[in-house]
Design a protein around this ligand. Structure first.
Ligand code: CMC
Length: 428
């Protein structure tokens, strides 16, 4: 059996044989299918990339039907159980788990770049008191590019590495300062004796105590949440990172663009939307009525459904379990009961079953974040911190891939072909 596809163009009667590799045909191979010499050639039309692979990637595997997520071949459940976020970031970026020496060196480097330039602190002061934390994050990432103009030498592996380290190190600092700015508290500088997430909690929540002692359960919970959010193959923000990075834009500006994509309520903003929805439902007794309104098309059940997962999101399973550990420390989030009831009802309703809508990563993560003391506007920021390692791994993979060029889709032009300019006095 040949790995080819035979196509007959009924416009011309000509037959073509296209190679099939990895279950795909190259869209480019269709260009030879023409009706005449000056015909551009056949294209594919795929709004929202529903059935188009835009790259070859060895980083993350998702099998949406089976509910599988793996980084570099390792199941997400095993990484969440045994690893740390920094180790996972190393794995995503380098392809292999580090040995002890490599991990110590990597951790040391990241820890030594957590400080940001003091001018950035001044820039933060330029925002209004009620500016959304994610807007600040996007802007601060863009601003960082102005401090490191040499980072635009994206073809130099040593330069790339230097700025990958800086970005992963500084994400928690910017995020924490965005929060402190919102609540009008003085900025807390990094404590490099603490772990990645322990230091993040320090910069967020330290008050007058001379040394902040992060709660180990909360610090580990955050580490697990960071592992779960670190990469998710070609999602909207990663696609943005690859597309913007393909113009050889510096990594800070590239990540600002990716963060902007993540800000959207259908992507990283969904966990914020889940909390607002749970608050709006208000009581377990209102759940059936709410589910009915969703079925009637009066809005979506936020935190449900996924473009790729047509099964329970494996990250949601880990998070649901994690919620219980966190609530032992923080006390139960009263919205949890509403969420559980919502899940129970939805999973048994025909509307959701038929469409294969299951809880996704955002359904329970917001409840944990809220119990840990984060305001809702910090939720997408908490997503962006670990996703930075995924964006950077994908950005780097794109840059070294000899098949990749500046991203530039085609279009089907639907406008008017040609007309003459009409002077103002002749317009109706
Ligand atoms: N509630 C109710 N109906 C839904 C939902 C939902 N959450 N999601 C999809 N549907 C329905 C949709 O109306 C459509 O029905 P019909 O066929 O009758 O028109 C059908 O399911 C297919 O939906 P779709 O919009 O074509 O699916 P999509 O793959 O384009 O959308 C999604 C994926 C995640 C944007 C969508 O499921 C959604 O809006 N979910 C709520 C927002 C959310 O939780 N987003 C977080 C995604 S996970 C985090 C991340 O990776 O960023």
């Amino acid at each position: 059996m040949a790995d080819t596809l035979t196509i007959t163009d009924n416009r011309t009667g000509k037959t073509y044989e296209l190679p099939i590799q990895d279950g795909t045909i190259r869209a480019d191979a269709l260009r030879q299918i023409r009706t005449s010499e000056d015909d551009f050639g056949l294209m594919t039309y795929d709004p929202a990339f529903m059935n188009t692979a835009s790259c070859r990637s060895a980083i993350t595997l998702i099998d949406g039907d089976k509910g599988i997520l793996r980084y570099r071949g390792y199941p997400i459940e095993q990484l969440a159980e045994n690893s740390t976020y920094l180790e996972v970031a190393y794995l995503l970026l380098n392809g292999e788990l580090p040995n002890q020496v490599q991990l110590d060196k990597w951790t040391d480097k990241v820890t030594n770049h957590t400080y940001v330039h003091e001018f950035l602190r001044d820039a933060m002061q330029g925002f209004r008191y009620d500016a959304h934390a994610m807007g600040k994050m996007v802007s601060m990432l863009g601003a960082l590019s102005t401090f490191y103009p040499e980072s635009k030498n994206v073809r130099d592996p040593a330069v790339r590495h230097e700025h990958i380290v800086k970005i992963i190190a500084k994400m928690p600092t910017i995020a924490a300062w965005a929060h402190r700015h919102s609540v009008g508290r003085p900025y807390v500088y990094p404590d490099n004796e603490l772990s990645y997430t322990g230091n993040f909690l320090n910069m967020l929540f330290r008050m007058a105590e001379p040394r902040f002692k992060p709660n180990p359960v909360l610090s580990r919970a955050l580490d697990i949440l960071f592992i779960l959010h670190a990469d998710h193959e070609q999602n909207c923000s990663t696609n943005a990172a690859r597309a913007v990075g393909s113009a050889e834009t510096d990594p800070y500006s590239t990540l600002a663009a990716a963060s902007a994509a993540l800000y959207g309520p259908l992507h990283g903003g969904a966990n914020e939307a889940v909390l607002r929805m749970l608050r709006q439902i208000g009581d377990v007794k209102n759940v059936p009525e709410f589910v009915k309104s969703v079925k009637d098309g009066k809005g979506r059940l936020m935190g449900f459904g996924h473009r790729v997962y047509k099964n329970y999101d494996p990250r949601a399973k880990v998070i649901k379990k994690l919620a219980h550990d966190v609530f032992e420390v923080t006390g139960k989030n009263p919205l949890l009961e509403i969420a559980i009831e919502l899940e129970n009802i939805a999973l048994n309703e025909d509307y959701f079953v038929k469409r294969k809508l299951y809880p996704n990563v955002d359904f329970y993560s917001g409840l944990i974040y809220q119990a840990m003391g984060f305001p809702v506007e910090m939720f997408p920021v908490l997503f962006a911190i670990p996703r930075a390692s995924g964006w950077l791994a994908q950005w780097q993979e794109m840059l070294v891939d000899p098949e990749q060029k500046i991203a530039r889709p085609r279009q089907i032009y639907t406008g008017i072909e040609l007309r003459d300019y009409v002077p103002m006095n002749a317009r109706g």
